[in-house]
Structures are given as structure tokens and as C-alpha cells.
Ligand binder design. Structure first.
Ligand SMILES: [Zn+2]
Length: 101
């Protein structure tokens, strides 16, 4: 038998009031440069900013996880590339590598 019509999966509906980007906060802990800026801008909600260090604290609207955007190479002209790190429950940036306890 030949099916009269194929059932193609419908396109995923856009979130009506959700974040613009898919939440990757459970998989990602660290982003750099353009990815950091894009993720913070598109997905996260800005909480507060430190105008001395240019560090900005963000929160995920989906999971409530907090993130810190800062500029580790602040001696660079213009501040260098941004770095986005997820904060743990104590507000300490999580590091994926170099965990020497
Ligand atoms: Zn998220």
C-alpha cells in the first residue's frame, strides 16, 4: 500500500514568551567571545553590572542559574573578548578545567 500522504513532522512551534534561544545552561558552563555575548544577550536576563570591572551578572529565565560575564583581558584595548561563566549556588564561577580541588 502507498500512503496517501506523508506525515512530515511539523516544524517546532516558536515559544510564545520563552527565551529566544534554547536553554543550554545545564550543558554549558563556559562560553567565550562572540558566543558569550550572544548567549547573554539572547537567552539570559541581566541582573546587575559592576561598572568598575565591567562584570555583569545574568540569570537564566528557564533554570534560574546565574552567570557572570566579565573581561579577563581587561588590559586589552577595548577590554578584550568577553567571557561568560556559570556561577554555582554560592556565586562562585564554575570552571570546567583545571579543577585541582
Ligand atoms: Zn538557560
Amino acid at each position: 500500500m502507498i500512503p496517501s500522504h506523508s506525515t512530515r513532522p511539523a516544524a517546532e512551534p516558536d515559544d510564545e514568551d520563552g527565551p529566544l534561544m534554547d536553554c543550554a545552561c545545564t550543558a554549558l558552563h563556559h562560553l567565550d567571545d562572540a558566543e558569550a555575548r550572544e548567549y547573554a544577550t539572547e537567552h539570559l536576563q541581566r541582573l546587575s553590572a559592576d561598572y568598575e570591572t565591567w562584570a555583569v551578572t545574568y540569570a537564566c529565565p528557564t533554570t534560574g542559574r546565574r552567570w557572570l560575564l566579565d573581561y579577563p583581558q581587561s588590559e586589552f584595548h577595548g577590554g578584550g573578548p568577553p567571557r561568560l561563566r556559570q556561577l554555582d549556588s554560592e556565586g562562585v564561577p564554575r570552571e570546567d578545567s583545571g579543577t585541582d580541588s
